[in-house]
Design a protein. Sequence first.
Length: 199
Amino acid sequence: MSTVTLCRAVPPSYLGFCHNQAFWKEMVMEIALTTCNIRSWNWKDLASIVHHANNRKVWINLRDRFPHPYTFADARSWLQSVSEHRPETNFAIVVDDVAVGGIGFTLQQDVAYRSAEIGYWLGEEYWGQGIATEALKAVTEHAFSEYDLCRLYAHVFEWNQASARVLEKAGYLFEGRLRMSVTKDGQTIDQLMYAFTRD
Ligand SMILES: CC(C)(COP(=O)(O)OP(=O)(O)OC[C@H]1O[C@@H](n2cnc3c(N)ncnc32)[C@H](O)[C@@H]1OP(=O)(O)O)[C@@H](O)C(=O)NCCC(=O)NCCS
């Protein structure tokens, strides 16, 4: 069971580099879960993003646009881009009011406009507690309730059994293997295609 709350963000006064004041005036999203909360990104997340994202074990399972090493400049650029991106489709995974990971979806276009690609990552200290599975279930539900979608999908690198398991536990079905479809860290590998569909 989850609770979705919309409330106003309060800008922390010590973070003077957030120039987009409109960001703070908007409603923010929060979904209360058992193992974590899902909420809008906030400038106060800057240091915790760097702490949890600057990890080769996280990077190795993500697209190369996820930087490594992950610097404060990268985190600033991420927070700036999510503050400007509407509709809001990227969220922080929060434990004890600290952002320990991220989850989001990309709405597709043209004839695929009823599809979205979902992605997520979690700081290594929090692996193995069911957090990604609960977050994925909640954001899947959120995406279907807010948008005219019939399909959410994810492409998982073939070595990432943990993520494949997360998708299965969240109700996604294995659809196939995209052979030799990505080259990560110098290795050309398959991707496992998972999808959740709803009429
Ligand atoms: C993938 C990731 C999000 C999983 O987060 P998590 O909170 O630890 O996931 P959960 O605890 O909800 O579930 C993990 C499941 O994978 C299983 N698992 C973990 N490592 C595994 C492995 N090497 N082989 C098989 N299963 C594995 C766990 O046992 C658990 O399944 P279970 O509940 O049936 O025991 C996290 O490891 C991560 O952020 N990795 C780096 C980024 C990433 O891979 N993102 C996804 C890209 S598609």
